[in-house]
Design a protein around this ligand. Structure first.
Ligand SMILES: C[S@@+](CC[C@H](N)C(=O)[O-])C[C@H]1O[C@@H](n2cnc3c(N)ncnc32)[C@H](O)[C@@H]1O
Length: 276
């Protein structure tokens, strides 16, 4: 069929002219060698727009101005918290602190507080460590964006209060682990015994820092919870699993017995320290 035969089907014949002009313009730009740079600039602009949007969303979430999606399954975690506490109580455990590394908005911390209260252990302290700025620089190499999961200390406190958590036995230690996991903090809070330790900081490097810090604090019996076990193993990267294996190799005085968990990606161990 000839072009002239179908021309009556085009509802807007003026468009042909526009397409011809666009084509001519593109050819000219290409001829002048500026079509590719223009395309690249448009791509970069879109990328910058997308990144800015993501950053704004993160800031809004960090300050509690945008909807927060819980980072752990609350009900399943609550069931496990109850079980852990129950087992320790059944064995006549004398409770020390509950420590948490990676508090973010505070879902896991609030959940553990509720379980402690339910078991008449509301007087036990929870000490939560977090940058309150999200994941550290360099996390990109370990699979997370810098700043991911950021929640400000204020937003976290107000979330905990809204969840009905009594803050009098909750202490939040703000800062990077390599600045806060030290003797000054131990002295400041008079820390001498940890019974339950939740390590939810996702990455190998931070997990190593935490394990070295808590080692002298671990009671004769304690429970360690890892939220991000082996999630990098399938791509041959190291993570919490490897950090813990190294820790156990370095400290043969500990035995670690697995306990039921709340997620496939999490691990829980009942730790026993051999008497010297
Ligand atoms: C997955 S989030 C924790 C989620 C939290 N347990 C909950 O229930 O919502 C991980 C947290 O670890 C913190 N974090 C990771 N590495 C850290 C480091 N080296 N120093 C301080 N905080 C760190 C981040 O700020 C982030 O809030």
């Amino acid at each position: 069929m000839k072009q002239s035969d179908i021309s009556h089907l085009n509802p807007n014949p003026d468009m042909d002219e526009v397409f011809t002009m666009i084509h001519a313009l593109k050819s000219t730009l290409s001829h002048l060698g500026i079509l590719s740079p223009l395309k690249k600039a448009r791509y970069e602009l879109n990328e910058a727009k997308w990144k800015t949007k993501l950053k704004l969303k993160r800031v809004a979430m960090a300050y509690g101005l945008a909807k927060w999606k819980p980072l752990i399954p609350e009900q399943k975690y609550a069931r496990i918290c109850n079980q852990i506490i129950d087992e320790l109580q059944q064995n006549g455990h004398k409770f020390g602190d509950h420590l948490e590394f990676g508090v973010s908005r505070g879902t896991s911390l609030a959940t553990m507080r509720h379980s402690l209260k339910k078991a008449n252990l509301g007087h036990i302290r929870s000490i939560g460590f977090d940058s309150f700025k999200g994941m550290p620089a360099g996390s990109e190499e370990e699979g997370w964006d810098k700043g991911a999961f950021a929640s400000t200390e204020g937003a976290t406190k107000s979330y905990l209060e809204k969840q009905g958590v009594d803050l009098s036995n909750v202490h939040l230690v703000k800062g990077w682990f390599n600045e806060t996991c030290n003797d000054d903090t131990i002295q400041k809070y008079g820390m001498n015994k940890a019974s339950i330790v939740m390590i939810d900081c996702d990455i190998y490097s931070a997990t190593c820092e935490v394990l070295n810090f808590i080692e002298p604090l671990l009671a004769e019996t304690s429970v360690l919870i890892f939220d991000d076990w082996g999630w990098r193993s399938d791509i041959n990267e190291i993570g919490q699993k490897e950090a813990f294996e190294e820790f156990i190799d370095k400290h043969p005085e500990f035995t670690a017995s697995p306990r039921p968990t709340y997620l496939d990606q999490a691990r829980i161990f009942l730790m026993k320290r051999a008497q010297q």
